[in-house]
Design a protein around this ligand. Structure first.
Ligand SMILES: *Cc1c(COP(=O)(O)O)cnc(C)c1O
Length: 421
């Protein structure tokens, strides 16, 4: 007797998900309480008020780090990290070709050149071997993007950095509270960067956080996020003694208030996302040609989104049809992630960082040629061409997760049986 696969909703069968997904408001009384207190201070300036200070103190406590500096966005946090790592005109920074532009923008604004290394096919994070191949005499730093919420192979990245005297920045904008071999992501490299934009595990509308163990980098970060002004008491430099340009990436007290309130939810939210993601992976791992995201050994992901890959031959179905079939079952999803690897964006293809010029790519302080073209990072391109992505949040019920799993299994089983028939 052979099991007969259920007819897919895509082909007129019954739609699997018949109830709405769990929903809720991530903001509440606690946010209002802190916002009210912020306004009652009579100032919304971070250096005079208490909210941004309390937020950075709380975040540093949760992460067991001595220093945290606030910024106005995740993009700003990465830019601050680059600034305090000494990345400047003509330098190169090795990073991931699948990420948010926020990883890249700071590199370009420092007039440094982004160099893209290929990725591990299933963790979607930097492949250490490819990173090492991309190192030149101009390389200053590596930005490890812990994509989708799971860790980069940090032992290998730190080993490379030590051998080549490079700084390591962890872009944790998607990976709050995720761990690598027992250590929280963001605490392993020289600097960890986080985003409080409205789409991350927690939101303060917009905002960013930078953590480091180095007192010197901490003081540099305070300055780099605030026009290079010196506000710390007892320092010899006068406050307007500006040694080089730095932006104004200050966080205001209203953002700090909401960020502080969100800190109380963060561990719980992330624990739930971790649980949901792992549960889905365990429940679909056996399906032919379906590859759940790989999490490094003894490590955890907090699944900012869930992205799995389809091997078309093994699964008996192409990615796009699988995606359509899953959507028809009532599980909204996207094909891949960003439209193409970052190096295929116009600004790289045309090597035009600053309008009407070839800066920073033609910078004579760099002196290297950089070829950005399709095929540069073949594994990263494969990932984007074969991945399916969907989101979940802390309000999803266990029944919602059961439905997601059942839908993936239904679609997979249908095509697997067709293939074997
Ligand atoms: C969201 C994100 C950023 C940028 O954060 P913003 O707060 O939107 O500036 C940077 N890197 C990664 C990997 C992100 O996902």
């Amino acid at each position: 007797i052979t099991m007969c696969a259920e007819k897919l909703a895509l082909y007129g069968g019954e739609k699997l998900k018949s109830t709405p997904f769990g929903a809720g408001n991530r903001f509440g009384e606690n946010d209002l309480h802190h916002l009210k207190e912020a306004l009652e201070q009579g100032t919304l300036f971070y250096w005079y008020g208490d909210k941004v200070k309390s937020l950075t103190k709380k975040f540093a406590e949760i992460y067991d780090m001595p220093y945290c500096v606030a910024a106005s966005s995740g993009t700003a946090a990465v830019h601050v990290a680059l600034g305090i790592c000494g990345v400047t005109a003509g330098d190169e920074v090795i990073t991931s070709p699948i990420t948010d532009m926020g990883t890249i923008i700071g590199i370009l604004f420092q007039n440094a050149v982004p160099v893209f290394a290929d990725l591990d096919p299933h963790s979607y994070t930097l492949d250490p071997k490819s990173v090492e191949e991309k190192i030149t005499d101009k390389t200053k730093a590596i930005i490890a993007v812990h994509l989708t919420g799971g860790p980069t192979d940090m032992d290998a990245i730190m080993d490379i950095a030590h051998r080549h005297n490079l700084k390591v920045i962890e872009d944790c904008a998607q990976s709050y509270m995720a761990t690598y071999k027992g250590k929280l992501l963001g605490t392993i490299g020289d600097v960890g960067c986080f985003s409080l934009n409205d789409f991350k595990q927690i939101s303060a509308g917009d905002g960013g956080l930078v953590i480091t163990r180095s007192e010197e980098m901490y003081e540099a970060a305070l300055r780099f996020a605030d026009k290079n002004y010196q506000r710390l008491p007892g320092k010899s430099a006068a406050s307007r003694d500006v040694p080089f340009i730095a932006p104004n990436y200050r966080m205001n007290e209203l953002t700090g208030a909401v960020g502080l309130a969100q800190m109380e939810r963060m561990p719980k939210v992330c624990a739930r996302l971790h649980e949901i993601g792992d549960r889905i992976s365990d429940a679909i791992r056996d399906l032919p040609g379906i590859y759940p995201p790989k999490v490094q050994p003894d490590s955890t992901s907090t699944y900012w989104f869930y992205m799995f890959r389809i091997d078309e031959k093994e699964a008996g179905v192409d990615r796009n049809t699988f995606s359509d079939a899953l959507a028809a079952e009532g599980i909204p999803n996207q094909r891949g992630y960003i439209p193409s690897c970052i190096y295929n964006y116009d600004l790289f293809i045309n090597k035009r960082g600053y309008q009407g010029t070839n800066c920073p790519f033609g910078c004579k302080l760099n002196g290297h040629t950089h070829d950005y073209a399709p095929g540069l990072c073949p594994t990263a391109e494969d990932i984007l061409n074969t991945a399916i992505r969907f989101s979940f949040n802390e309000f999803y019920t266990d029944a919602d997760i059961d439905d997601i799993i059942a839908a993936i299994r239904k679609v997979s089983t249908y095509f697997a049986e067709k293939k074997n028939a």
